[in-house]
Design a protein around this ligand. Structure first.
Ligand code: ATP
Ligand code: MG
Length: 223
């Protein structure tokens, strides 16, 4: 297992969001996290990624227990081992698409030339080189999401966390983004934890985990 969470509990005030949830993800596996609105999917994803600290329970990435790491080391781990795609790309509005994709590498200290060359490769893969000099606001929703996928993959992460990555797209663009995301992940050996409402999107996964009332159930190889 590359990622394993056990018995996670997390409340926001008096609202329990997670009530004993867990999940295991193997290296290179694509896991869909499904369940009704408000069931705790995003909270689970944020705990897995070390963005949120659970009230109790453990998250292991490889042999590392995330909540045991100092904040600085946890953000460093996130930057170097994890990639993120959200419903709305969350690209930096002031940067061009090329600069956005190069950003994770630049933050890691890579030279601009090298980082942008790699970024171009990923934009090509995601079939969005045409928008490289445009700002995110000047792209279509589907193009923006493909740029966001390129940015998530550029630093060769071991795990990609995607929360409703196609939620704001029409079905054709959604399919395209899912196809490109999962095939790129399979080629690079990255695992994907994918939160989605849509069965059509979940069909791209190897396995489904269903979250209900803050508890998770593993539908082992249900697809
Ligand atoms: N920052 C927060 N502050 C207060 N309550 C929160 C917060 N985040 C989540 N919650 C609550 O925790 C519960 C689980 O929320 P979560 O966002 O994980 O659900 P979800 O399954 O991702 O829903 P959706 O499918 O609508 O995105 C909900 O009752 C929600 O209102
Ligand atoms: Mg959510």
């Amino acid at each position: 297992m590359i990622l394993k969470a056990e018995n996670l509990r997390k409340s926001f005030g008096s609202t329990p969001a997670l009530d004993g949830a867990g999940i295991s993800v193997k290296a290179g596996e694509v896991v869909a996290v499904m369940g009704p609105s408000g069931s705790g999917k995003s909270t689970l994803l944020h705990c897995l990624a070390g963005i949120l600290k659970p009230d109790s329970g453990t998250v292991h990435y490889q042999d590392i227990e995330l909540s045991g790491l100092p904040d600085g080391e946890r953000s460093e781990l996130r930057r170097t081992h994890f990639g993120f795609v959200f419903q709305f790309g969350q690209l930096v509005p002031e940067l061009t698409c090329l600069e956005n994709v190069a950003l994770p590498l630049r933050l890691g200290g890579m030279s601009r030339r090298k980082a942008e060359a790699k970024a171009i490769d990923w934009l090509e893969r995601l079939e969005v080189t045409s928008v490289k000099d445009q700002r995110p606001s000047e792209t279509s929703g589907g193009q923006g999401q493909r740029v966001a996928v390129a940015r998530a993959l550029v630093s060769s992460p071991k795990v990609i966390f995607a929360d409703e990555p196609t939620g704001a797209l029409d079905s054709l663009n959604g399919e395209r983004v899912m196809h490109l995301l999962t095939s790129a992940a399979r080629d690079t050996g990255a695992a994907v934890v994918l939160v989605t409402h849509e069965a059509r999107v979940a069909a791209y996964s190897d396995r489904e985990v269903v979250v209900r009332d803050g508890r998770s159930r593993d539908m082992e190889f249900a697809t």
